[in-house]
Write a protein that binds this ligand. Structure first.
Ligand SMILES: O=C(O)CCC(=O)C(=O)O
Length: 217
């Protein structure tokens, strides 16, 4: 993806979103036409996990994952999902180009990416935190690149999820993730806030999200 190299990373208009324990940076640095080329290239090159890795276990019952998923990374990196550990697959060229673009933008050297494909508005991701022990705690945990259908990303403070009198009335933070956008979740966001991508039944378009991470080694 040579076109990514032509984007001037010094003029990106970053928006900072801050609250107690929350530190996000959001921008749309990839122009529409380039983002659409990238989406097409990923759609024709990526193959998603099948079998055991395309299912999740909830309270002991197994369900199909409500989205498609695949993981890439440097040699030696493994990925644990629903109790199964697999080696990250070798980087495909368009994904590597996006990783290098992030390094040019923010100077962070990511070594792993989880790719999620939401085929339409029914596909979603439930509330969770990316606080796995193998993640490097000093790097922005996930630098999320969004391509395709715009979807709402919802963050909820951990105290707003507590039951009964411990629950605090902290409103959720909602961000529309646009085609060609990047969201950085800086520490300590992932300790204190949960995030999700709720279903939006009326939306028909597909979205690919790439969440880059740096593993502790
Ligand atoms: O699709 C998204 O923007 C959310 C991805 C996400 O939460 C994750 O990969 O942990």
């Amino acid at each position: 993806m040579e076109k990514l190299k032509g984007i001037d990373v010094n003029v990106v208009n970053w928006k900072s979103i801050k609250q107690e324990g929350l530190d996000l940076e959001y921008a749309v640095p990839i122009p529409r036409a380039i983002a659409s080329d990238l989406l097409r290239e990923l759609e024709s090159n990526l193959e998603y996990f099948t079998g055991e890795l395309s299912r999740i276990k909830v309270f002991g019952k197994v369900y199909p994952l409500p989205r498609q998923q695949v993981a890439y990374g440097d040699p030696g990196i493994t990925y644990t999902y629903s109790g199964v550990t697999v080696p990250a697959l070798p980087w495909p060229a368009p994904v590597l180009a996006l990783r290098d673009f992030l390094t040019a933008l923010k100077g962070i050297e990511y070594d792993f990416v989880l790719v999620n494909k939401y085929r339409n508005g029914n596909d979603h991701m439930g509330e969770h935190r990316d606080n796995e022990p193998e993640l490097d705690p000093t790097s922005p945990i996930a630098s999320t690149i969004s391509l395709g259908q715009e979807r709402t990303f919802v963050l909820k403070h951990r105290d707003a999820r507590k039951p009964g009198k411990d629950k605090k009335p902290i409103p959720p933070v909602k961000i529309e993730l646009e085609h060609g956008s990047i969201l950085l979740m800086n520490p300590p966001t992932n300790e204190i806030w949960y995030h999700s991508l709720p279903a939006r039944k009326r939306l028909m378009g597909a979205r690919i999200n790439l969440t880059f991470r740096k593993m502790r080694r």
